[in-house]
Design a protein around this ligand. Structure first.
Ligand SMILES: CC(C)(COP(=O)(O)OP(=O)(O)OC[C@H]1O[C@@H](n2cnc3c(N)ncnc32)[C@H](O)[C@@H]1OP(=O)(O)O)[C@@H](O)C(=O)NCCC(=O)NCCS
Length: 211
């Protein structure tokens, strides 16, 4: 019998997390006042990462893009972000976002961005885990990803988590995977999936903070 999303415990609304053993981060959903982090984060993103995320190397985000990216409604559009707390002024680390696909009920499209200086520390997986936890509580069932074929590391990661290629355009792979409501739902067939399941558990057991 399917579990109602309403009966699932919620993830903490904000929490601290140590990335890569030393970077103390604040993790929470994105809010409109985060706009400066998006401006400076995009400026610190390499042209390669801009290309892989936005399929473009534009020198900056437009005012319209910034407005959209910083105004998730936390239901049909959710975004979790991480901030590095090492300095008095926090520094943007990365964001994971889902946006409902109106023409496909129960499915939401995902995009992830981690600033190059913070990549490979686990931030992308952590924010992705937050997204699974949030989306499952909103009743979504599957995530969809458009990923450039050249983004082989990320494609491998999604496949490890149960992602399947469901379509293909010239340069883009269309991937879908189930949305996991808890760590035990993650098919733990390799180290990547086991790390992801542990992160989901870590998020659910993190001490909530006011932030
Ligand atoms: C993809 C991205 C979000 C991953 O963030 P991250 O913080 O570096 O990810 P993590 O440290 O949590 O690692 C996640 C996994 O992805 C793998 N991975 C992702 N991109 C990779 C790449 N380009 N090369 C090798 N491995 C990659 C990592 O090896 C890791 O797998 P593991 O758990 O088996 O070690 C980040 O590299 C990024 O922003 N890239 C540019 C934008 C992009 O490609 N977005 C995805 C398309 S929307």
């Amino acid at each position: 019998m399917a579990i109602s999303p309403l009966s699932l415990p919620l993830p903490p609304q904000a929490f601290h997390f140590v990335l890569g053993g030393e970077t103390r981060a604040l993790v929470r959903p994105v809010r409109p006042a985060d706009l400066p982090y998006f401006v400076s984060g995009y400026a610190r993103l390499s042209s390669e990462s801009r290309h892989l995320r936005f399929f473009s190397q534009a020198s900056e985000l437009s005012a319209k893009q910034l407005d959209f990216l910083t105004h998730p409604d936390h239901r049909s559009h959710e975004a979790w972000g991480a901030l590095d707390l090492k300095d008095a002024e926090p520094i943007g680390i990365g964001v994971a976002r889902y946006i409902a696909m109106p023409e496909r009920p129960g499915i939401a499209e995902v995009a992830l961005t981690v600033v190059d200086a913070y990549q490979r520390l686990g931030a992308g997986s952590l924010l992705h885990a937050c997204l699974h936890l949030s989306a499952s509580r909103q009743g979504y069932r599957r995530f969809y990803y458009d990923v450039l074929w050249e983004n082989s590391g990320f494609l491998r990661y999604l496949k490890s988590l149960g992602g399947k290629v469901v379509g293909s355009e010239a340069e883009v792979a269309n991937i879908e995977m189930p949305i996991y409501a808890s760590s035990i739902e993650v098919p733990q067939r390799d180290g990547t999936a086991m790390r992801f399941a542990r992160l989901m558990h870590d998020v659910m057991t993190a001490a909530p903070i006011d932030a």
